[in-house]
Design a binder for this molecule. Structure first.
Ligand code: KIV
Ligand code: ZN
Length: 547
């Protein structure tokens, strides 16, 4: 096993793009409040650079980035070195995008413009319809213009993984001359292998004129499941910034996951001669927050943050663990903020004990209203369930607090079902005007009947595209956590901008809910998704089309 006695290590800059590339995952749409909360948590986690969004994409994106720059940009609380996060905004390589990105991030004490242009022949010929010379000219113009606005400039040659390395040397050399301070090498389509990607980083650092004046960065996608391996190969070959997302979310198969890279570096200190400033005890909390807000469920066997990542099922393993946890455990769960304690509280626990427990779990900045709402839920749960565990508290927090503003509220539902009757549901909701609405419907099952009744009241045409239900803890009295996705079928919602393709598409919204009753959990999840859809409809009424 590795020890931890290595000194004078190079620092790896953690550039988190959960709010930009991560939000490009289908259905991961986040509202401004959710983006602010995630950015606040990224700051607490110790992220160095937070790519807050793509400001030109829509007025909503611009406002979200600007608010993050203003409110989260100055924060230093809980950060090991007392230095605030740099807030970055993405821009295509043109003046309008770059100006917009600058206007959005400018309020942050530390801010960065991140501009990109594709360099592979496939992208140049088919997407941009431009030759190599035109590409170089555009990079020089874009980076030079960005440099007139701010000092901290990152340039990315999109699809570098499939670009001609000699051409990359030319483009990147010009980007350095024009003022770029970070050069990020994206494997946009997750095509390379670790050996190839490591080689590319080394080749570029050795051959690009002025390479020693800039920070070299990796940005790997996970199409072949190699993103983390490629990123680590990049580090071994001289990269000192890594672009990552929480839980590895992102376009298609996602981006490199922050937690995997950070824990590989910290678990194998003799192997990786570098360090990060991440507070690893914040990893689990950040992961759950991102999963709840985006509706992207974490696979149980996901490294570091999956539900089974620290579970030992087989008898042989359990026996070994009881004798010495080094037998089957390379990291302690506490290192990533996973609390070993199972039994937390019962129905006699009071408000201050409840708050203290939440604070120990890292929820130390809940508002009074959120704390009260969570406490009420805890009391109701403790009446039904003998033992309330940390996992139950996490589910309550996710259900009460990581939710969109409630345009429609669930009052109550009643269902009748069975193998000899038509599933029937009656539902009572409170609408935006504080009026109560009631309706009833039949369905193919109890959940369908509830959803039909809600549809009759709210009347938003949509398709349910995903439905998953998990038990939060073991036992018959366990809470169920439901996560769903719906796709709007209304033309007015058919919009969302993808910076790489410029396409618009039907928007997908996720929702989640928890309860000891699976039908109630499902109803809460559906309302959560519908509330997101309705809130986004207002925001997207003013989306700019930029093609
Ligand atoms: O994957 C990619 O190429 C990107 C760039 C915009 C950096 O996300
Ligand atoms: Zn990307």
């Amino acid at each position: 096993m590795d020890g931890d006695s290595v000194v004078n290590k190079d620092r790896i800059i953690i550039f988190d793009t959960t709010l930009r590339d991560g939000e490009q995952s289908p259905g991961a749409t986040l509202n401004v409040h959710e983006k602010l909360e995630i950015a606040r948590q990224l700051s607490r986690l110790g992220v160095d650079v937070c790519e807050a969004g793509f400001p030109i994409a829509s007025p909503g994106d611009f406002d979200a980035v600007r608010q993050i720059a203003e409110e989260i940009g100055p924060l230093t609380e809980g950060r090991e070195d007392g230095v605030p996060m740099t807030i970055a905004g993405l821009a295509r390589a043109n003046k309008e995008d770059i100006q917009r990105a600058f206007d959005a991030v400018n309020a942050a004490p530390k801010h960065r413009i991140h501009t990109f242009l594709a360099t592979s022949d496939i992208h140049l010929n088919h997407k941009l319809k431009m030759d190599r010379e035109e590409c170089i000219d555009q990079v020089i113009e874009a980076v030079s213009f960005a440099k007139t606005l701010c000092d901290d400039i990152e340039f990315s040659p999109e699809d570098a993984g499939r670009s001609d390395p000699q051409f990359l040397v030319q483009v990147l050399g010009e980007a350095i001359k024009a003022g770029a301070t970070t050069l990020n090498i994206p494997d946009t389509v997750g095509y390379t292998t670790p050996e190839e990607f490591g080689w590319l980083i080394k080749y570029l650092i050795e051959n690009t004129p002025g390479a020693d004046k800039v920070v070299w960065s990796t940005h790997c996608h996970n199409d072949l499941g190699l993103a983390t391996a490629n990123t680590l190969a990049g580090i071994e070959n001289g990269a000192r910034q890594v672009e990552v997302t929480i839980n590895g979310i992102g376009e298609r198969a996602g981006n490199t996951s922050l937690e995997e890279v950070v824990m590989a570096i910290s678990t194998r200190p003799q192997h990786f001669d570098v360090e990060t400033k991440i507070d690893t005890t914040q990893i689990t909390r950040t992961s759950r927050m991102v999963s709840s807000y985006t509706g992207m469920v974490i696979q149980p066997n996901k490294a570091i943050v999956g539900a089974n990542a620290f579970a030992h099922e087989s008898g042989i393993h359990q026996d070994g663990m009881l004798k010495n946890n080094l037998t089957y455990e390379i990291m302690r769960p506490e290192t990533v903020g996973l609390n070993a304690s199972k039994l937390v509280m019962g129905k006699l626990s009071g408000r201050s004990g409840f708050r203290a427990r939440l604070e120990e779990m890292g929820y130390d900045n809940l508002s009074k209203e959120d704390l009260n709402a969570a406490f009420e839920r805890f009391k109701r749960l403790a009446d039904k369930k003998k033992m309330v565990t940390d996992a139950d508290l996490e589910a309550i927090i996710a259900d009460e607090i990581y939710q969109p503003p409630e345009i429609w509220k669930l009052n109550h539902i009643q269902v009748s079902c069975g193998d000899h009757s038509m599933p029937t549901a009656s539902v009572s909701l409170t609408g935006p005007n504080e009026k109560e609405y009631k309706d009833a419907a039949l369905g193919s099952g109890p959940v369908d009947a509830v959803y039909q009744a809600i549809n009759r009241i709210i009347g938003v045409r949509n398709r349910l595209t995903e439905f998953s239900i998990n038990a939060v803890t073991e036992g018959i009295d366990a809470q169920a956590e439901t996560t769903i996705r719906i796709q709007s079928l209304n033309d007015e919602d058919r919009t969302s901008f993808n910076p790489q393709t410029g396409e618009s598409f039907d928007r997908t919204f996720s929702g989640h809910g928890a309860s000891t009753d699976i039908v109630v959990a499902s109803a809460r999840a559906y309302l959560s998704a519908l509330n997101k859809l309705l809130a986004a409809r207002e925001e997207s009424a003013s989306v700019v089309n930029i093609n």
